[in-house]
Design a protein around this ligand. Structure first.
Ligand code: UD1
Ligand code: UDP
Length: 356
């Protein structure tokens, strides 16, 4: 069996690391990784392949830094050529980026079997590029792997039971990755001592809905500066946000560092007081490391975390952010729920891929 895996952006390297590790246990499966090139800085791409021992991509299409249409179109063209030459039995895509969308379109136009990891997530906000990408990717997929019953039910509500596809709740491959690599991270990371971190808040910020609206970004910077007056905030800054903050001359007093590798991230997750983020993946990781999470978005794909009181969705509302921060400083909860499976999602995915 030949699997062609399409990746391109940081969260996909982390998800692919877990699934590739599971695939490598099967001598009858050959995996070929194709990198679209969407993320290209050393600390946004190569570091993950090195640290997480992800098989080297067979091809890097080098498509980066373009508008949505240009990026997706060029990826589609590049991926089509590779898929025509390689004739895989199945194409594997992850998440909701432009690389996911291009992989889905290229595969199905060539009548190749398509499997989507992290299927069914919905924010119900069609202004998000991610929502558009995931809806199309889901609709085109033959095998849909969901992180929990919530995305599975989203698919059912959209009528997927009437489509020619199979859907499974396998749990979260990011949980597999968190469990596996967190055993190794302390030996490979010096970030806590290097930055002299004691009590700190871990923050990331990169979503278009925040970076592309100046008033929102200013409000968020103001709220983060206020938190930083109480507990130091560490912000590994996505290059997208770095560029816009500089262009708009928005002042952030927090500790800004370059994007970090997964081992550093895991050590910061283990040691931080709480997480403040607009990332999708980090909301789940906060939970895995028993940290409360303030979500700087107007909605989340993980309502289970909000309903259970582990996550507060605040948007860019300074008052809500401040209230959530105060609440989470003293709140105690046990983080014992298994919302996203048992850390064996990747193995289950491989079994389903083999079964067809
Ligand atoms: C993409 C995904 C988003 C995901 C995020 C993960 C889409 C539509 N969005 O957003 O869902 O949450 O990745 O991090 O696919 N840049 C660099 N170096 C890099 C990568 C990006 O400088 O290695 C800069 C470039 O200026 C680029 C900009 O960041 O134009 C945006 O990158 P892009 O890949 O288009 O989108 P992300 O914001 O990273
Ligand atoms: N991450 C990382 N280094 C960083 C910031 C994030 O390794 O400097 C990891 C993070 O722990 C998570 C993944 O990247 O596993 C999330 O990716 P991102 O926030 O870029 O994308 P999203 O999940 O929002 O699509």
């Amino acid at each position: 069996m030949k699997i062609l895996t399409v990746v391109g952006a940081r969260p996909q390297f982390i998800k692919a690391a877990a699934v590739s590790r599971a695939i490598s246990k099967h001598s009858d499966i050959k995996e070929m990784i194709v990198h679209t090139g969407q993320h290209y800085d050393e600390n946004m791409s190569e570091i993950f392949f090195r640290e997480m021992e992800i098989p080297e991509p067979a091809i890097n299409l080098g498509i980066k830094g373009k508008t949505h249409g240009a990026m997706t179109g060029q990826m589609l063209e590049g991926l089509e050529k590779v898929m025509l030459a390689e004739k895989p039995d199945v194409v594997l895509i992850f998440g909701d980026t432009n690389s996911t969308l291009a992989g889905a379109l290229a595969a199905r136009k060539l009548h190749l079997k398509l499997a989507h990891v992290e299927a069914g997530l919905r924010s119900f906000n069609m202004l998000m590029p991610e929502e558009i990408n995931r809806i199309v990717a889901d609709r085109l997929s033959n095998l849909l792997f969901c992180t929990s019953d919530i995305p599975l039910n989203n698919l059912r509500n959209e009528g997927f039971e009437n489509f020619d596809c199979k859907m499974f709740n396998v749990g979260d491959v990011m949980y597999d990755a968190a469990l596996f690599y967190s055993k190794k991270s302390a030996a490979h990371s010096t970030i806590i001592s290097k930055l002299g971190l004691k009590d700190f808040v871990l923050c990331t910020l990169h979503r278009a809905e925040n970076t592309d609206h100046k008033s929102r970004l200013v409000a968020l910077a103001d709220a983060l500066n206020k938190i930083n007056d109480r507990v130091p905030v560490v912000l590994p800054l996505h290059p997208r946000t770095k560029k816009i903050l500089a262009e708009e001359k928005i002042k952030l007093n927090v500790k800004i560092i370059e994007p970090v590798g997964y081992f550093d991230m895991l050590e910061m997750l283990k040691n931080c007081r709480m997480v403040v983020t607009d990332s999708g993946g980090l909301q789940k990781e906060a939970f895995y490391f028993h940290k409360f999470c303030i979500t700087l978005r107007d909605e989340t794909e993980y309502p289970e975390l909000v309903e259970a009181g582990y996550n507060k969705v605040t948007g860019a509302d300074g008052k809500l952010i401040e209230q959530a921060f105060e609440n989470f400083l003293s709140l105690k909860k046990d983080f014992s729920e298994k919302f996203f499976g048992n850390g064996d999602a990747s193995g289950k995915i491989v079994q389903h891929l083999k079964a067809g």
